[in-house]
Write a protein that binds this ligand. Sequence first.
Ligand SMILES: [Zn+2]
Length: 358
Amino acid sequence: MSERTGRGILDRLRSDFVLGAEGYVFELERRGYIKAGPYVPEVVLDFPDAVKELHREFLRAGSEVMVALTYYAHREKLKDVGRENDLERMNRQAVRLANEVAREGDALVAGNICNTWAYDPQNAQASARIVRAMYEEQLTWAVEEGIDFVISETNDYLGEALIGLQVIKELKLPAMVTLASVQPAQTRDGYDYVEACKILADAGADIVGLNCDRGPETMLPIIEKVRRSVNCYVAAQPVPYKTNAHAATFESLKTANGATAFPLALEPFLHNRFEMADFAQRARALGVNYIGICCGGAPHYVRAIAETLGRMVPASKYSPAMELHPMLGTQVDDKDKAFLTDWKVSIPSSRVEEGQEL
Ligand SMILES: [Zn+2]
């Protein structure tokens, strides 16, 4: 078990990058605990051990932040599945689960708010009141259960993101605010993504950037511009899918017969762990401070990112040692050898320090 340092998010970011990990809803859907469609995290109440296990896997893989699984655990979404009465219980329990696992290592706990689908720029004032009330109730419960900072994410509207930021700042917590980038260049209320990040930074966000929707190839060019335009910390949490110039988001990827692959048939587009490690290297080189992963994320990606950026993590104990593979270990050709060496997939177990095991 690791020792807890008690270092907060801003303290960590001042001295190094911070590694995050998300994609809880997608992964728990794949594991059979969340219903695709509504994507409400009922698992928090119905199978809390499943949530803790995934937190633990991300922790062992090197994530420094346990993000409370309150994504879509807001009034609007719970209405859709008839669990509005479980709203408070679900929110509180999600933060408790994140705390329990964070204490097994040296991780922080992030409260989480997201796009509400209740914000309407045509009716900004009235809808802002509804959104604000939803964020206030979620974050009040989160603060009572204990969080270190808040991640407001997948924001489609700058207007909505600013409401979340205001609520976080009123609670005097560090704020990470990241935008969804579903549209080609602008938020749904018409702000260029880079400009929107700058407005959020000017409004007091400690960390700004993008999460979800785009894979590394189509997210990094925007992130590069964000990095140049703000002085605060920058976050990039792409999805691990091969988005490209023709399909910039994972929502727009098509299967071979032309059907929409999102969200249930995306597997053929997954990046491998080495490609996600490469993303992390490029993000680091650009000066990204908070490096993570979103929907589609899984522990093997997180460990590959941690290791490529020079960190040994508890799960490194079981990192690949392909020279010990009964077939590959003796029959690798030069091309395979070059591949394995390039990606540094073999890490001597002696480098795993004492006490890192969870
Ligand atoms: Zn996502």
